[in-house]
Design a protein around this ligand. Structure first.
Ligand SMILES: N[C@@H](CCC(=O)N[C@@H](CS)C(=O)NCC(=O)O)C(=O)O
Length: 214
């Protein structure tokens, strides 16, 4: 199996961690979005990362890839069979994709990617995300952990935890100004999930890129 895409993408990191949780061997090709690599383009026709290949089978989109992996390698389940739990897992994945990643992107893009690419950062956009769009998401996630649970859904790790924790690494890289005192349960949750062995390979790959501009 081949995972295409720079690990700095929260979506690539998510798939890398899912592969890690399932104990699956894979090759990582850290291409940039839009890369002119024919094998990557075959798997990701619109150039988005991640792309994925399993022999002749090609796929893109972290959710699609995760569902494929779950069906093909059901051991160490990441998506529960129970209807209510499954619905909640997909809800949290959507929260990560649609309301957490956009403010994260404004911070990470303008504080990290702009430096990597030598483009002019928009610091006001990063500050707006920190002050306005990110806090309600953090407050919501804190409320979902308020009863002291270890995982967002049920009592074991799911895709929900991996999907929600992954973008927080980008917030850290972007030195996001977050009042963590207001979100103690979320802070502990994020630290615990990102410290799992399954994230180690992607986080090492991150360092190889971030270190270049540090
Ligand atoms: N919903 C997609 C999102 C993928 C995505 O937007 N990836 C970004 C990098 S974090 C990308 O490739 N952006 C380039 C573009 O949109 O052209 C997924 O879950 O994989």
């Amino acid at each position: 199996m081949i995972l295409y895409g720079a690990s700095l993408s929260p979506f690539v990191r998510k798939v890398g961690a899912i592969l890690g949780e399932k104990g699956l061997d894979f090759e990582h090709k850290p291409v940039a979005p839009g890369a002119d690599d024919p094998e990557f383009k075959q798997c990701s026709p619109f150039g988005k990362i991640p792309g994925f290949r399993d022999g002749d089978y090609c796929l893109a989109d972290s959710s699609a890839i995760t569902h494929y992996l779950e069906a093909k390698h059901p051991g160490t389940a990441m998506i529960p069979a129970d209807a209510e739990a499954r619905g909640k897992v997909l809800w949290f994945e959507e929260v990560a994709d649609t309301v957490l990643v956009p403010p994260m992107g404004a911070i990470f893009w303008n504080r990290v990617v702009a430096r990597l690419m030598g483009t002019e950062p928009d610091e006001a956009a990063a500050v707006n995300a920190e002050e306005n769009t990110l806090p309600p998401v953090l407050a919501y996630l804190e409320s979902q952990l308020a009863d002291g649970r270890d995982y967002l859904v049920g009592d074991s790790l799911t895709l929900a935890d991996i999907a929600v924790a992954s973008p927080f690494k980008n917030l850290e890289y972007g030195r996001a100004n977050i009042d963590w005192g207001a979100y103690p349960k979320l802070r502990a949750f994020v630290d615990r999930i990102l410290a799992r062995d399954s994230f180690a390979r992607m986080l090492e790959a991150d360092m190889a890129m971030i270190g270049a501009v540090a």
